[in-house]
Ligand binder design. Structure first.
Ligand SMILES: [Zn+2]
Ligand SMILES: [Zn+2]
Length: 245
């Protein structure tokens, strides 16, 4: 087929199915992307951030401490590193919730690009296995897919690092963390996860994938159980993070 015919066909497809901003639906020229207005509204988490937990330090009282936030100086969370690409706010919320609850799987390439961007420090530190934060099978039936598993599988292809989507399971059906207050969050997820095959994770440097880091209660509970079962280290990587300034 000649170049001009291919070009004509491409123009026809663009006319019938134009590329649209994944957030507002406006016609754009780039695939799997946002329009410039929506992109400008996204707050990327860039340095300076806490070298351990990834919390942004810009304009924060922790700024003076340089590389570590006060919480990480005072208390060691079980994970090695935690990173997120963007702040979870009114602008990013829509893209993430549409993917999580409204079957908008076309948002995956964009979200995986953001995970890739945020995961550089973790990749540099070295990882052997990618594991998504699981959801209970009843929730899986209702939602049709585990959003974190889809992200983990795409990231696995991009990074050429194996993914183990079924090694960590959620055994209890619990109330969504978003409906719990801060004191209930811990008890809500306590003892709700199990490892199906400890041999798969023994001695491995694992990165846990989730869509949003809110207080980190779920990710920390998963980290504890993976370390207890023999993982060498656990990092946490999420698309977005709730940042309180
Ligand atoms: Zn837009
Ligand atoms: Zn920190």
């Amino acid at each position: 087929m000649s170049f001009s015919i291919i070009n004509c066909l491409k123009n026809l497809v663009d006319f019938i199915l134009p590329l649209r901003c994944l957030s507002c639906g406006k016609i754009i020229h780039e695939k799997d992307s946002l329009c410039s207005e929506c992109f400008d509204n996204i707050s990327f988490i860039i340095k300076p951030y806490c070298q351990r937990c990834g919390k942004p330090l810009i304009g924060h009282k922790d700024d003076i401490l340089g590389l570590s936030c006060v919480a990480c100086l005072n208390k060691k969370d079980p994970y090695r590193l935690c990173r997120s690409a963007i702040e979870y706010d009114e602008y990013s919320k829509r893209i993430i919730l549409d993917f999580k609850f409204a079957d908008r799987v076309e948002n995956i390439p964009l979200l995986v690009r953001w995970l890739d961007f945020a995961g550089k420090d973790i990749l540099d530190a070295g990882i052997d296995l990618i594991i998504p934060v699981p959801i209970h099978f009843l929730r899986l039936i209702k939602r049709k897919y585990n959003q974190s598993a889809l992200l983990a599988m795409e990231l696995s292809k991009l990074w050429s690092i194996p993914v183990a989507p079924n090694v960590l399971k959620k055994r209890k059906y619990t109330k969504p963390q978003s409906l719990c207050d801060s004191t209930k969050r811990k008890t809500n997820v306590k003892n709700t996860f199990k490892i199906t095959n400890p041999l798969k994770i023994k001695g491995k440097r694992i990165v846990l994938i989730d869509d949003v880091y809110t207080t980190g209660t779920t990710a920390k509970e998963c980290t504890k159980i993976l370390l207890k079962a023999g993982a060498k280290s656990v990092d946490i990587l999420t698309v977005a993070r709730v940042c309180s300034h």
